[in-house]
Design a protein around this ligand. Structure first.
Ligand code: IPD
Ligand code: CA
Ligand code: CA
Length: 274
């Protein structure tokens, strides 16, 4: 397996440089509802796909902006050429390149590169997870009460998204919630202990592939929000530090069941309180 993350890291670094060269200099287009895309997304994807094809001509590629191709090799790269496009389009410096590899349906390598901080998160199955070549581990926090967690909201079908319920309940029982706007970095931050958990509905395989492997290799756990095995094409995903997994699944199960511990406050009456 040696070589996959070395090559993928090199490619991600080049793609990150492309992103930085476009930052604050590019207009966005709308590709659907509130789903933005820029020339930086497309330029980054062209580079990544070209490089992957040169290095691994027999492998398949699934890439967000459509530049991939199928293959029967069993190897498949998942490419998010610019994760955090909405941030990028507004000059909000939280975005990254995410590249994951599966073989016969099993994730075996992944890199996530944040060009704004020069941080390369990488993992190969069975070899641990690394940040800039140093080993990383998920956090040791044991309870949700002492956890910093994160989530995200999709850019399409927002009116059908139920995450606000989960967001509110979790905000009441944790140190707080972050919604930074780049799912791959949410995974990476669980892997290196900056966050205890991350969850989101309706992500795509390119948002998750690298991140899931990096979290697992850092000792964390990934599943769906019912605690079932994670599916790259599934409706929701959770990544956590393993220690809070059981408590988190119980909390989510209650919310799925409508057992709401903290009802949303009524705006007028809450504001009229001293
Ligand atoms: C998005 C980001 C965001 C998440 C959205 C994703 P994109 O990816 O990861 O944090 O909340 O669901 O679609 O479109 O910027 O690559
Ligand atoms: Ca993404
Ligand atoms: Ca993207």
């Amino acid at each position: 397996m040696a070589g996959y993350i070395d090559i993928a890291s090199e490619i991600a670094r080049e793609a990150g440089a492309i992103q930085m060269s476009y930052l604050n200099r590019v207009a966005y287009e709308i590709k659907g509802e509130q789903d933005l895309v820029t020339e930086a997304d497309r330029a980054s994807e062209r580079l990544i796909c070209d490089r992957l094809r040169t290095s691994f001509p027999s492998h398949g590629i699934v890439a967000e902006e459509g530049g991939g191709h199928v293959s029967s090799s069993g190897y498949r790269w998942f490419v998010d050429p610019l994760d955090g496009t909405t941030n990028f389009a507004h000059g909000f410096p939280v975005f990254n390149v995410s590249i994951g590899l599966e073989k016969d349906g099993e994730l075996i390598a992944g890199v996530i590169f944040d060009p704004t901080r020069n941080e390369m998160f990488a993992a190969e199955k069975g070899s641990g997870a690394h940040l800039n070549n140093r080993p990383i581990k998920a956090s040791a926090a044991k309870t949700l009460r002492t956890s910093l967690v994160s989530t995200g909201f999709p850019s399409t079908k927002r009116s059908q998204n139920v995450n606000i319920h989960f967001y509110y309940q979790l905000s009441m029982i944790s140190h707080g919630i972050r919604r930074a706007g780049a799912a791959a970095l949410d995974f990476a931050y669980v892997a290196c202990g900056r966050l205890e958990a991350f969850w989101e509905f309706k992500l795509n395989p390119w948002d998750m592939a690298a991140g899931i492997l990096i979290v697992r290799e850092a000792g964390g756990t990934c599943s769906d929000m019912y605690g079932q095995p994670v599916d790259l094409y599934g409706p929701h995903v959770v990544a956590d530090n393993s220690h809070i997994h059981t408590e988190l699944m119980k909390t989510f199960a209650d919310i799925f069941d409508g057992k709401v511990v903290y009802p949303l406050p009524d705006v007028k009456s809450a504001l009229s309180q001293p």
